[in-house]
Write a protein that binds this ligand. Structure first.
Ligand code: ACK
Length: 223
């Protein structure tokens, strides 16, 4: 593993410790197992399968991505706007390699992605980059993103469907939050873990009754 030009990484973020990765994977997989058995989910199954009567095994549907992390700044080895400035921030240098705890407050499932929403603390927001909610998002979504609080995009990608890139998880999350803000909340189902809502076009949002916390280390990643 070699750092590319200027030594800038692919991205910075909070990385779940290995034992935490296992715990979070198990807990969230249990949710997926339950979700695809619910009648409410089965009613909208065609958004995942393209066919009304077909079944889907969500555990197989999403391919897990490693390592589990919450991206702060996508640097693309220095090609992304503001990458160098971010790496030079004192708070980034001071936080590097330090332990921190992240708090997962919701889970999202769409035909493209499976993700965990992360609620950032005020201290963690200092590591959230300028414009971090907007990078890579489609033009049409930008006004809605601007209306949401900074850091709304913070998430852990838990899985992507075939051919989908991880960057999509944050975009799916922002889209769901924008729909909720407009009051477009559909069917609600009470589950053990919390309240599940349907937002159309195969988008599901589980607001956790109790946040799931995970120990992490702030670091960077390069392939
Ligand atoms: O799940 P993620 O946050 O989405 O983690 C991965 C990580 O960087 C490595 O690919 C995220 N990512 C990729 N492209 C972008 C982008 N343009 N803006 C923000 N995050 C991105 C991806």
């Amino acid at each position: 593993i070699e750092q590319k030009e200027q030594g800038l990484p692919l991205f910075f973020g909070w990385f779940l410790l290995p034992e935490e990765e296992e715990r979070i994977k198990c807990a969230t997989m249990d949710f997926l197992k339950t979700l695809d058995t619910l009648d409410a989910f089965k009613q909208h199954i065609s958004e995942f399968t393209g066919e009304a009567e077909k079944e889907v095994d969500l555990e197989q549907y999403f391919q897990t991505t490693a390592p589990l992390h919450c991206t702060t700044k996508f640097c693309d080895y220095g090609k992304a706007e503001g990458a160098e400035e971010y790496a030079e921030l004192q708070v980034v240098k001071d936080s590097f390699d330090k332990s921190d705890e992240i708090s997962v407050t919701a889970l999202i499932v769409t035909p493209r992605t499976f993700g965990a929403r992360v609620a950032l603390t005020e201290t963690q927001m200092k590591l959230w980059p300028e414009g971090g909610d907007k990078t890579g998002a489609p033009e049409a979504l930008l006004p809605s993103i601007e209306a949401l609080p900074a850091g709304s995009r913070a998430h852990v990608t838990l899985g992507c469907s075939a051919g989908v890139e991880a960057v999509q998880t944050g975009i799916d999350l922002l889209e769901i939050l924008a729909l909720q803000k407009e009051g477009k909340e559909g069917t609600q189902v009470e589950m053990e873990l919390g309240t599940l809502s349907y937002l159309g076009e195969g988008r599901w949002f589980l607001a956790l009754r109790e946040a799931i916390t995970a120990d992490t280390k702030f670091s960077s990643f390069s392939e």
